[in-house]
Design a protein around this ligand. Structure first.
Ligand code: 6PG
Length: 259
């Protein structure tokens, strides 16, 4: 049975991770430029993990890096591990090494999550405060990112919204401090409604270890809360999946590489 909750989203199937990142770089570079031209700025929430590394490297160099008006781009994070910013596990460090250190982006445009703070709840509140100042929202509203980049874990988590996480039900806070039992670590994460209020959500997933989750996405009716990434669907925005063939290998109807 084909699930249909993802209907209306765009599925881009790439040959492999390199091709996926190339296709995503073309789309992201153009989208950022368009958003800056349209509104004067582009506010983005970056993903962590390993999948986006080569995308960030592409955006920093070559034909994409020069074209993007980095002075009008504002970087946030969808989640962060509770480690220092120079720690090998830090999502900020990954983005700094592959992108930020190589582009002319003003340091005040980079909104790093203060996840190294020992008081994780305070750190989440501090980040939310900084986000509210940037978006000019002090009341009940929700921020609208121009786009957010998200990965998908083999267990269906996205950002640091893991199966069973209380943050999945968060309807007031923009940023949550969560303890991930299976990893025995704390993390900071933006909450589902923040992602769902963005103008565009781009999921990136590659590799055969993601095939079972993608199969559930495409071939099985949505089971609410089974996979956190299925809670993410912009209310008024675009949903785009960049996948490689390996990640689609258990979903035959979607295995064909896009044109
Ligand atoms: C993180 C990410 C997380 C990641 C997925 C996929 O902090 O690790 O935000 O949600 O996107 O775990 O990770 P890979 O890209 O490494 O497969």
């Amino acid at each position: 049975m084909k699930a249909n909750w993802y209907k209306g989203s765009e599925i881009v199937v790439a040959h492999d991770l390199e091709d996926l990142c190339e296709r995503a770089a073309v789309r992201v570079a153009q989208y950022i430029t368009n958003r800056v031209q349209a509104s004067g700025r582009a506010a983005i929430a970056l993903s962590g993990g390993t999948t986006p590394r080569r995308l960030y490297e592409r955006l920093a160099t070559g034909k994409y890096g020069q074209a993007i008006p980095w002075g009008h781009v504002y970087l946030f994070w969808g989640d962060e591990r509770c480690v220092p910013p120079d720690h090998p596990d830090s999502n900020y460090k990954m983005a700094y090494d592959t992108l930020i250190s190589k582009i002319p982006i003003p340091k005040e445009n980079v909104y790093r999550m203060p996840a190294e703070r020992s008081d994780h709840v305070e750190a989440a509140l501090e980040y939310e405060k900084r986000m509210r100042m940037f978006f000019g929202l002090s009341g009940d509203g929700w921020p609208r990112f121009d786009f957010v980049l998200l990965g998908i874990g083999a267990d269906g988590h996205t950002a640091s919204l893991f199966p069973g996480s209380s943050a999945l039900a968060e309807k007031k806070q923009w940023v949550a401090a969560t303890y991930i039992e299976k990893l025995k670590v704390y993390r900071l994460t933006l909450t589902p409604e923040v992602f769902n209020c963005s103008a565009q959500v781009i999921f990136m997933a590659a590799g055969k270890e993601k095939a079972p989750v993608m199969k559930d996405l495409f071939m099985v009716e949505r089971r609410s809360n089974r996979y956190p990434f299925q809670e993410i669907r912009p209310h008024e925005g675009e949903l785009i999946f960049f996948l490689d063939q390996a990640a689609c290998s258990l979903s035959p109807p979607f295995c064909k590489v896009s044109g």
